[in-house]
Design a protein. Structure first.
Length: 767
């Protein structure tokens, strides 16, 4: 019988829900596969199915649609039974193969590892596809050049028709007085001429047909008989060759039948996954958490068949309360709640995403059994009661710890007192089996049983006493009231009659109803407060997210500003470097005064470079005007002249510059102020290596590294360094040497001795 029987499938409308999901399939194959979905019992198998659905959902978001999945099973059956097929049906097979190839190509991606493994099982039918496309044109006709034999036969036929047509036109021209209509037509596969009746007595003709009036005969001259006979022979040979080709293709199709049938199953499953993924996207459905023994926790669950009218249901069943008793007024939603619980269990075990909150949890049931009917009165017939009881007897015989039992209006259909007693006994028995149970009832003894028993949860369907209408929301932990007297009184029933009705209750019953009603009203107020708090929390969360977005935008703007500042500083560094190169050239070529001027300008540029070097992290030192400070990089001394926030003005050798205070440190001894000059400890953007490794770099990349390295050597006071470029083809070495010749402060360069790298290393000496 499996997880579910026919009665339960019917009660829960499982088939209708599958039809809804199947409407999202791209083919009849996929639709059939969805309608055939059955709940699984193995947790790992369910997990694998959901993993495929999740990957397919991602594929759907990226635009995947399994188009062209035609059902070729009837064609394969016809081919097997008759050994021949119309070419049009062979084209359908070709279209199917191409569709399978497209699906395989689109889903064979590292993004979809599980779907990739599934489509890898599709057979390779490229050879069969090529044969069909080569022999059949897009109109479903065998191509004239499908085989060399057919090509030859068609050529011979064309030539013969040409010759025969020429001969008949000549005949028409020679016998115009006997010709009824100067055209060439066909009768019985032979080329003939419409002749006047009686012409056969004047010229030798073979008549093949006569018009309805008898005034025209369709005949061929005796001189055309031989060619017409040959034309018929060619037509027969062409037909035999075409049939032979069809039979050959069908034989190949028969050889591949098993693989093609398996391909239809795989593609049907692909389309089934596609339908479930599309349904999930449309309904914002989720994959629930699943385990073997955990609780059932439906959170904001929406019945699939109710669409936008569905009111989200939140309810839980599990240890220690494995049974839930739902009470409340008629048409309040008790039956829908029962159906939603059972339906979600079946759908989850069939690998269908659920329209609910991601917090929804379910367990795997080996059996799901139900007894759910329409709302009925206590005057139900004995036959109806017997039918329900027979079904319940079967359920009790199967119930165990792996069973979900759903009972609607337990105890109805007979005397209320007897029905309540019977219902209590059934509930007690179900508790002893360990089954998970959900029951809907109007009966007060069952309601009281739920309140008193520690293993039973009492729930009710909320009812708005102001509007006299159900809200269809489940209230957990609160028993329900039928509200019959309140509804009757609000609808205009005489207060005298209502009071008389109340008098029929015992004092305890009246008190219990009042307590239940008060609890319902209090719960309703609490729910309203909770919803309001939830809305406020949602608004607060929205504001927080908006604040974070604005903060990110500010950060991005700050980064952009810093980026522009960095570009400006880099340009200043490049200009300073070019100026240094020019000054060194002047110092080398000019006289004493020129050298002094160049040296002074170099000192100014060095001071400026202090402000362009990377900023230090960490707290800024506390500096005061008049304090002697030292630059962290060049160790040059200066005096603080002004402090403005995060900027400090420092005087060095009569020149004033603004810099970041984190670039400075208090001078160890202001009495030993050293004149500014480049020191060996200078570091620009970190320490300076005496060796530069550019081996393996591209020429332009290597030259940029050499340029930056030479600048660091110069500003650090280092006069000799080594460039390691490797030997290779010599291209990189030559490019570096050509560049070094253009640098004015390079004194000379040469290859290292053999013991120190030889042709793979260049030694550079600076001025």
């Amino acid at each position: 019988m499996g997880v579910v029987n026919e009665r339960t499938l019917r009660d829960l409308e499982y088939g209708k829900v599958l039809e809804l999901i199947a409407s999202h399939a791209a083919s009849t194959l996929g639709r059939e596969a969805v309608l055939a979905l059955e709940p699984l019992e193995d947790l790992e198998a369910i997990g694998r199915e959901y993993a495929l659905v999740e990957e397919m959902r991602e594929a759907v978001r990226r635009g995947f649609v399994p188009g062209g999945l035609l059902d070729i099973r009837p064609i394969l059956k016809e081919a097997r039974e008759h050994g021949d097929l119309d070419p049009e049906k062979l084209l359908v097979v070709a279209d199917f193969i191409e569709a399978a190839m497209r699906v395989r190509m689109e889903l064979s991606s590292p993004r979809y590892p599980k779907l990739s493994r599934l489509v890898e099982k599709l057979s390779d039918q490229r050879s069969l596809l090529a044969s069909i496309r080569r022999m059949i044109d897009e109109h479903g006709r065998i191509r004239e050049d499908a085989t060399p034999t057919l090509r030859l036969l068609h050529r011979q036929r064309r030539e013969l028709v040409r010759a025969l047509t020429k001969h008949l036109r000549s005949f028409i021209d020679s016998h115009r007085e006997l010709v009824q209509d100067p055209v060439i037509t066909q009768r019985g596969g032979r080329l003939v001429v419409p002749m006047k009746s009686g012409a056969q007595g004047l010229v030798e003709l073979v008549v093949h047909d006569t018009s309805a009036t008898g005034q025209t005969v369709f005949a061929e001259p005796a001189s055309a008989v031989r060619d017409n006979n040959r034309l018929r022979e060619l037509e027969d040979e062409i037909e035999r060759e075409i049939r032979r080709i069809r039979v050959e293709l069908v034989a190949r199709l028969h050889d591949e039948e098993r693989d093609l049938l398996r391909d239809t199953e795989i593609l049907a499953r692909i389309d089934s996954l596609f339908a479930r993924a599309r349904y999930a996207e449309k309904e914002d459905a989720v994959i629930p958490a699943l385990d073997e023994r955990g609780p059932v926790e439906l959170v904001e669950a929406r019945h699939p068949l109710l669409g936008e009218r569905a009111v989200p249901i939140t309810i839980s069943i599990g240890d220690p309360q494995r049974m839930v008793v739902i009470t409340g007024p008629n048409t309040g939603g008790k039956t829908v709640t029962l159906k939603t619980i059972g339906l979600f269990a079946l759908l989850a075990q069939a690998g269908v995403p659920l329209p609910a909150s991601p917090r929804t949890r379910l367990r795997v049931f080996r059996k799901v059994r139900s007894d759910i009917g329409e709302e009925q009165s206590i005057e139900q017939s004995l036959s109806t009661f017997s039918s329900h009881m027979k079904n319940i007897v079967g359920i009790l015989g199967e119930a165990d710890a792996d069973t979900l039992v759903l009972l609607d209006e337990l105890g109805a259909g007979t005397d209320p007192q007897e029905g309540a007693a019977l219902g209590l006994a059934i509930l007690e028995y179900l508790l002893s089996t360990g089954a998970t149970v959900a029951v809907a009832t109007h009966l007060t003894p069952l309601k009281n049983f739920a309140i008193m028993h520690p293993e039973v949860k009492s729930c009710s369907m909320e009812f708005d006493l102001e509007t006299l209408s159900p809200t269809y929301r489940v209230l957990e932990g609160v028993p329900g009231s039928s509200c019959a007297l309140i509804i009757a009184e609000r609808l205009g029933l005489s207060p005298e009659i209502v009071e008389r009705a109340k008098g029929k209750f015992t004092a305890g019953e009246v008190k219990a109803e009042e307590i239940i009603r008060a609890l319902m009203e209090e719960r309703s107020k609490l729910e309203q407060a909770r919803r309001k708090a939830g809305e406020e929390l949602s608004r607060a969360e929205h504001l927080r997210e908006e604040y974070e977005r604005k903060l990110e935008r500010l950060k991005d703007r700050r980064k952009a500003e810093l980026g522009r500042e960095l570009v400006r500083l880099e340009e200043e560094l490049r200009q300073a470097k070019r100026e240094i190169e020019r000054l060194i050239s002047v110092a080398k070529e000019g006289g004493l005064s020129s050298r002094r001027a160049a040296l002074k300008r170099l000192e100014e540029l060095s001071a400026r470079l202090e402000t362009l070097s990377p900023r230090k992290t960490g707290p800024a030192p506390k500096l005061e005007v008049g304090q002697t400070v030292r630059f962290r990089t060049t160790k040059a001394l200066g005096v603080v002249r002004a402090v403005e926030g995060e900027r400090v003005e420092v005087e060095i050798k009569g020149k004033r510059i603004w810099t970041d205070p984190r670039e400075l440190e208090p001078a160890p001894d202001s009495r030993h102020m050293a004149p500014f000059r480049p020191q060996p400890e200078v570091r620009i953007k970190g320490g300076v290596d005496l060796e530069l490794y550019v081996h393996g770099m591209k020429v332009q990349e290597a030259l940029r590294e050499v340029e930056a390295w030479l600048d660091k050597l110069l500003l650090s006071g280092i006069r000799t360094g080594h460039i390691i470029h490797g030997k290779g083809t010599g291209t990189l070495r030559r490019a570096i040497h050509e560049y070094l010749e253009t640098v004015p402060y390079v004194k000379r360069f040469y290859l290292a001795p053999p013991g120190e790298g030889g042709e793979g290393v260049t030694v550079v000496e600076l001025e």
